[in-house]
Design a protein around this ligand. Structure first.
Ligand code: I3P
Length: 128
C-alpha cells in the first residue's frame, strides 16, 4: 500500500543512543565492553558513533564525525537476548560475517522500537 513504510521512507532512518557491546568477531567470541553508542539506521546499514555526550563539544560536529563502525543488515539475524546479559531489554544482532553485537536500553519501549525497525529492514532485504 502507499502507506507502507517502504514506499513512504525507502531510507527508513532512525537514530538514538543505545548501550552496545560487541561479543563476537567473525564467529570468535570477544570479551564484553559495554559503552553508550549513538546508533544511526540509514539504508541497509546500522552505523555506530561514539556517544556525543562523552566527547568534548568541540569534537562533536554532526556530519563531521567519523563512524566507529557500521554493520550491513543484509542477511543479519536479530534475537532477544535476555539470557546473554544481566541487563534487561537486550537483543543480539548477528551479521552475515559472524560479527555479534548486543544492544540495550533501560527503556523497554525504546529497545522494542529499535528491534522492530531493524527487523523490518532485514525482512525487506531478504525479499529483494
Ligand atoms: C563482564 C562485565 C559485563 C558482563 C559480563 C562480565 O566482566 O561485568 O558487564 O556483562 O558478564 O563478564 P568484565 O568487566 O570483568 O569483563 P553484562 O553486563 O551483559 O551482564 P558475562 O560474562 O556473563 O557476559
Amino acid at each position: 500500500s502507499p502507506d507502507s513504510i517502504d514506499s513512504v521512507s525507502p531510507e527508513l532512518e532512525k537514530a538514538g543512543l543505545l548501550n552496545k557491546t560487541k561479543i563476537a568477531e567473525g564467529g570468535r567470541k570477544l570479551r564484553k565492553n559495554w559503552n553508550p553508542s549513538w546508533v544511526v539506521l540509514v539504508g541497509n546499514s546500522l552505523v555506530f558513533f561514539k556517544d556525543p555526550k562523552s566527547q568534548s563539544p568541540a569534537s562533536w560536529r554532526p556530519g563531521n564525525s567519523r563512524p566507529e563502525s557500521s554493520v550491513d543488515l543484509r542477511g543479519a539475524q536479530l534475537q532477544w537476548a535476555d539470557t546473554l546479559s544481566s541487563r534487561k531489554n537486550v537483543f543480539k544482532l548477528r551479521t552475515i560475517t559472524g560479527n555479534e553485537f548486543l544492544l540495550q536500553s533501560d527503556t523497554e519501549s525504546i529497545i522494542k522500537e529499535w528491534y522492530n525497525t531493524i527487523q523490518s529492514v532485514i525482512y525487506r532485504l531478504d525479499r529483494e
